[in-house]
Each structure stands twice: as C-alpha cells, then as structure tokens.
Design a protein around this ligand. Structure first.
Ligand code: GDP
Ligand code: MN
Length: 380
C-alpha cells in the first residue's frame, strides 16, 4: 500500500526523522486557514500517489494565506499523470541550500533491504543512476545483523558529505529510516529531496512510503490511511471479495487456481499472441461462490472479450470444479465466451460434466496451449 506524502511524513515524524510542520486541506478556504495557522510562507503540495508533482505544477510556494488560497484553487482538481488532486498538504516553507537523496527499499533479488544515498537529490533517482552511477552509494543491510552504525558512515562519507554537522544529522536519519522501515513493515521509504537548509538543518522535504500489504493486519493505524476513493475500482472490488486480482492491459480475462498456474496462464496467453486482461487467482478451492466472485470482478473490466479459465485439479477435484463453474454460470449472466482447460484429478469426469451441461458460450480444451489459442482467437 502506497501512502500519501503527508502520511509518510507522519510515520517519519514518529520515527524521529525531522519533517516540516503542516496541515491537510481539501478546499482553498482550508488552505488559507492552514497557512494562517502555520504563519509565514508555506508550500502548497498536491497529495497524489505519484511522483513528479513539482514538474506537473502540483507544488507551489505561497507567501501567506492569500497566496495559499489562490495556489490551492489552481492545484485542486489538477490531473497529475492520471491522478486527480483532491487533497493538499500545506507545509511551512523551507529554505533549501542543498538537495540530497536517501532511500531504503526491499531488494528482492538480494533478499535484503537496500540503502541508496546521493548528494545529487531533487531529480529522479533513475536519472542519477544512469548519468552518474558513481555518485550513487548503495548498501545492503543484513536482516539478521540489522542496522550497524558503520553503515550510516559509509553512506555519508561515500556520498561525499564533508560537513561534520551534516554528517551527524544524516547518519541519525539513516539509522531512523531503518527503524521506520522495520517497525512499519515498509517495502520502500524514500526521501527525495533530503534537504540541508541555509542554517545547516537536515530534514525530509518529501516522502514516498510503501507498506507491505501482507503486514497491514498488524498496523491498524496505517491500514486506516487507505484512501478508498483513489483506488482502482476493480482492485478494490476484488479486495472486498477477497479475490487475488491484478489489472493488466489486454483482452483475455485470465482465471486460474493457484498463483503459479495463473502466472503461467498469463505467459501462455502472451505466447499464443494475445494480451492478458488481468491476473486472477482463485486459490486452491473451486467452489461456486469463489468462481462467481472471480468472474464478476474479471467481467467488470469492459476490455475483456474472452475468458480463459485454467484449472489444474490437485487436491481440488476437477469434477467439483466443473460443478462449481456450472453453478456459478447459472447464478450469473455471462455472455462472453469462456474457454476452460481442465486437467489433473478426475479431469475426464470434469470435462464430461461440462460437455453435457455447459452453456453454448463455454468450450472445453484439454491442453493449456490449445485453450490459450482458442481464447485469444475468441478475443480478437
Ligand atoms: P515531487 O516533485 O513529487 O517529488 O515533490 P517534492 O515534494 O519532492 O517537491 C518537488 C520540489 O519542490 C523539491 O525538490 C523542491 O525543489 C521544491 N519544494 C518543495 N517544498 C519546498 C519548500 O518548502 N521550499 C522550497 N523552496 N522548495 C520546495
Ligand atoms: Mn520528491
């Protein structure tokens, strides 16, 4: 789950990472009030779950309440890379002398958390990595050892920070970032920019914070932060029905039992020249309610032109799944063509059940490749 900047900053604050004081606003009038309460110049920041807000005109300085109201008027309703701005974070403006970059992310290939630090902050990190890779210091953390103070020193010295006060402050932030990462079960904590003010104070001016969805159950405070209105409507429907669903761009709806089989199904659809519309894993069972739930999510996507239902019966028997499919289809009206591949335990019995009673829009193929080809044809 991705957090908004202001939510990430709240977690930073709780972890002892310095951030500026700010208030939320959802209207120009509230932005004015926030600026009045904060006093002095403020920065009006669009709260959207995407980066590059500055370049898109979503971040503007305001000298006081009048300007804050005017800037809020301009930014609210703005579309930033497909995200409409509904909330603003009004923050006490900072003077910036330097912009650095610090992040901690979960590196899946190394199975470790990875620190990245560079004094060339403010711009996209991918650009730094490409144009001046030497300026980017990378350092993994051993999960059993945890954070060690030498790691902060290596990042800070390696990045070329020479001022002793800056070194000390950044080292403290590096350590607290690891605390925050572990404590809140993060997948990513990024500070870009990490600024140094003319007074020599170091603080987090931005926050990108991603929390592991699978750990949300132990963080009710964070789970509550989810902004249902900003979620993809299909993915929230799926979450509600406890269906594992990821939206993709194509036309062939994919449904499988088990994550591995479903991923292979996505691959085989592509291999057959089609484009998968989604990834949807039914899980181990094949009961009618599960099938109804999954099909109702998949078919809600108007791009879907055909469905490929790929079942391998292991513990679940194919005849049970076949009955589940028939019952599901009798409970819902489904006009799209659906191709079923059944294999595994009791596959013949399952295919016979479907062949006898299936509606005309359902066809059965014995192999995965044949079924994929057929579904791709039907979706064309
Ligand atoms: P992003 O564009 O979505 O990454 O949003 P950021 O929060 O990183 O802000 C983008 C840029 O706006 C920063 O790199 C700063 O240059 C500028 N900015 C943000 N807050 C302030 C502030 O308080 N004072 C000043 N002077 N500039 C700011
Ligand atoms: Mn930023």
């Amino acid at each position: 789950m991705d957090l908004y900047e202001h939510q990430g900053k709240e977690l930073f604050r709780q972890a002892g990472i310095p951030v500026s004081e700010g208030r939320l606003a959802t209207s120009p009038a509230e932005a004015r009030e926030a600026a009045e309460a904060l006093g002095g110049p403020v920065v009006v920041k669009a709260q959207v779950l995407t980066g590059g807000r500055g370049k898109a005109g979503g971040i503007k300085l305001a000298a006081g309440p009048d300007e804050a109201e005017a800037r809020a008027e301009e930014i609210l309703g703005l579309d930033i890379r497909g995200h409409v701005v509904r909330k603003l974070w009004i923050e006490r403006a900072s003077d910036i002398e330097k912009e650095y970059y610090l992040s901690l992310t979960f590196d899946r290939s190394a199975k470790r958390a990875l620190y990245m630090f560079t004094t060339q902050g403010g711009v996209e990190i991918e650009q730094v990595a490409e144009e001046s890779p030497d300026a980017l210091v990378r350092l993994h953390v051993d999960p059993l050892e945890g954070f060690r103070p030498w790691q902060a020193r290596r990042l800070v010295y390696g990045g070329g920070v020479t001022d002793p006060s800056e070194q000390k402050q950044i080292a403290a932030i590096v350590e607290r970032l690891y605390d925050a990462f572990v404590r809140f079960d993060a997948m990513l904590c990024e500070i870009n920019p990490l600024i140094v003010t003319p007074d020599g104070e170091v603080k987090a001016l931005d926050s990108k914070f991603t929390v592991d969805d699978n750990a949300l159950y132990r963080h009710p405070q964070i789970a509550e932060m989810r902004d249902v209105a900003a979620d993809d409507p299909l993915e929230s429907l799926a979450r509600e029905k406890q269906v594992t669903y990821v939206k993709l761009d194509g036309e062939v709806g994919v449904l499988g039992n088990g994550a591995g089989l479903t991923m292979s199904t996505v691959d085989v659809v592509t291999f057959a020249g089609g484009r998968p519309a989604n990834f949807c894993d039914l899980g181990g069972g094949g009961d009618a309610q599960g099938v109804v739930d999954a099909l109702s999510v998949i078919t809600r996507d108007p791009q879907v032109k055909a469905i490929f239902f790929n079942i391998f019966g292991g513990i679940t028997r194919c005849d049970e799944v076949a009955r589940g499919i028939l019952q599901a289809l009798s409970e819902m009206s489904l006009e799209l063509p659906i191709v079923v591949r059944l294999d595994g335990t009791n596959a013949e019995e399952g295919r016979r059940i479907l062949a006898e009673a299936a509606p005309p829009n359902l066809s059965v193929s014995p192999t995965m490749l044949e079924a994929a080809k057929r579904a791709v044809e039907l979706a064309a």
